[in-house]
Structure formats: structure tokens, C-alpha cells
Design a protein around this ligand. Sequence first.
Ligand code: PLP
Length: 379
Amino acid sequence: MEFRNLKKQYQTLKSEIDEAVGRVLCRADFVSGKEVGELEHALSEFTGVRHCITCANGTDALVLALRAWNVGRGDAVFVPDFTFFSSAEAPALCGATPVFTDIGTDTFNMSPASLERVIQAVISEGKLVPKAVLAVDLFGQPADYDAIGRIARRYGLLLLEDGAQGFGGKRGEKRACSFGDIATTSFFPAKPLGCYGDGGALFTDHDGWAALLRSLCVHGKGTDKYENIRIGTNSRLDTLQAAVLLVKLKQFAETELEAVNAIAQAYRESLLEIEEVRVPCLEEHSYSSWAQFSVLLGDQVDRGELQEYLKDAGIPTMVYYPKPLHEQAAFAGCVLYDDMCGAGYCCGHVLSLPCSPYMDRQEVDLVCDTIAQFMKKRR
Ligand SMILES: *Cc1c(COP(=O)(O)O)cnc(C)c1O
């Protein structure tokens, strides 16, 4: 069994992808070819956001957004303690201080209550200037943007949505990547919408920021590439990746999102019967793109043993994430303004199971039956 079945996806889309790639190879416009603009247009339609700017990867997207806002030294950027490293790496790379908030163990997303406690603590300490909230749509579910947005407005903070794992998710009818003042995503192959290498994108309704982002990702260009009006960087999405993504986005919207939700639903139903396993919780009116299907194991369960047992049955699993960010060596000595109990708990108990739109029901049954067997043997 594959953890994320990318080979089957390629087999399904092979003729269209091969043709799309072939067209770019023939034209040889590998950078800034027409597919890049077409993709930006399609992504903007899909998310309902006015501007989409593609770039080289999801980490660059976060850095570019923070640079567009001039976030730097002395600024605090509030980041959940339980996420992929990039979410906190990006503010640090800009010279700002990532300040960690705890998460809710039901959704794995930023806890609005913790966010507010942390903002107040930073304000009363008076050393850092609160600048932005960087909320993450972890494992495919958008964060609680009603509450987080209210808090950001109350304290005059910019809201950056890290939608690297959230692309395709929704709250009500509003799509992920439309919640932040700027939102970002990643097209790393294993993300909900992945390309065949690295890729990323930024989304914003703000015309001025969009123009600034377009300049920053091409060497600070002015009206043309050889007029440089600021220090930018080289962060573009290749034409080949855009061509692949145009094919994949269509499939994503037409069948994959629905298919992966059916897989998640099948998991939830089967796993509900196993008392040592807590299935992921969706907020009301929330729709996930299931970047991961992550469960929480009971205190008595030895996660390593379960992983070995599943591995022997040919079932790959992953621990996303084994350490809260504040425990990463790169953030040694960071100041905590709240306890990180939720993040700590999830790191100790989380397990991500194989999940993709190309998985079939028998595979879900095999995973669930094998977990049930393990629990029974152990009792
Ligand atoms: C993958 C990921 C990123 C970074 O994306 P890359 O394209 O790999 O640079 C950022 N944030 C989160 C939450 C991610 O999962």
C-alpha cells in the first residue's frame, strides 16, 4: 500500500499530462510560459480570490508575503506550535520572531483562546511588536478563521493563511486560501494539489500587495524584468509544473476532492468502533481536503509498536509531527507565552494513516482491521 498514491494518479491522468508536458517541451518556454498565467487564472477562479501569484514553493510564498508587509526585526508573528517547520521558519528568515500558540486537539489547528493569551502577554512584556497572525490549515482543514479573524482585527494584526495543506478545503462556501489578507499554498507532490517537483502560490484580494508580490518574486522587477526597483528574489513556478497543475487542478475539482472525502468518511466510520483511536474532528460547516488523515491514539497504545505491526502488514504510516516547533533545535531558547499542552499531546499521540483520492475501500478496511487486530491482541 502507498501512503499517498501518486503513481495511480499519474496512471489515471497519463495521456493528458504527457501531452501537456510535451507541448511545453516543444515550445521550450520553460520559464513564464503561457500555462503559468492560465494556472493563476484557474486558481484564482477556484478559490474566489482576485489575485493569484505562483512562485517556487510554499516556503517562499510565506516569506514573500511577510516581506510584502515589511515584517522583520523586532516583530512578533504568531504561529501554531504544531505544524510543518516552514510556518515558523518563514518569519524567522525575515528576521522576525515566531511566537508560538497552542492548538486545539480536536482540529489540530491554532487555538484562538491561546492566540489571544499569547498576544496579550507579548503586548504586556513590551519587547516585540505584534505584527501578524500566521494560521495554518493543518491536515486539510481550514483554521477557525471566524475567531482568529476577529482577534487579528481587534489587535490590528495582519492575517496570513498558510494553506499549504488546506488547498481545496472550505468553511461554509468559502474556500481555503481566501481567508488570509494574504494566503499561501504549496504544490509539493504530496500536498492536496501537488505538482512534479516544487511549486507554490500566493492569493490576495489586495491590488497593491499583489503587484508587490509579483515584483518581489522576479528580482524586484519594475515594469519589466531588467528594471529592478527593489530587492526581490528568484521565485517562479516553472511552465512544466504549471502545465501539470492545470491538468491536475481539473481532476482535483471534478473528482479527487470528493473521492478523498469518501475515503476519510469510510475511515471515520470504521475507526469509531475502536475505542483507543480518536478520529479527526471537523468543525461545523467545515470541509477538509484531507492532506493527511491523522488520528490520536489512547495513552495505553504504544505508537511505535502499532506502526511496526502495520508495517509488517504492508501499511505505511507517518508521525506528523513528532516534536512541537518550540522543541526544535533551530528554535532553542525561544520564549513561550502560554503552555503548549495541546501541541505536546498531539506530538505524543498522533498517527497519520495512508490517505489519498486513489485509495480504495478495501485498503481502508485493511488498515482499520489491522489496527483493530493490534488493539485486540494487546488487551
Ligand atoms: C509543506 C508545507 C509548507 C512548505 O511548502 P514547501 O512547498 O515544501 O516549501 C509550509 N507550511 C505547511 C503547513 C506545509 O505543510
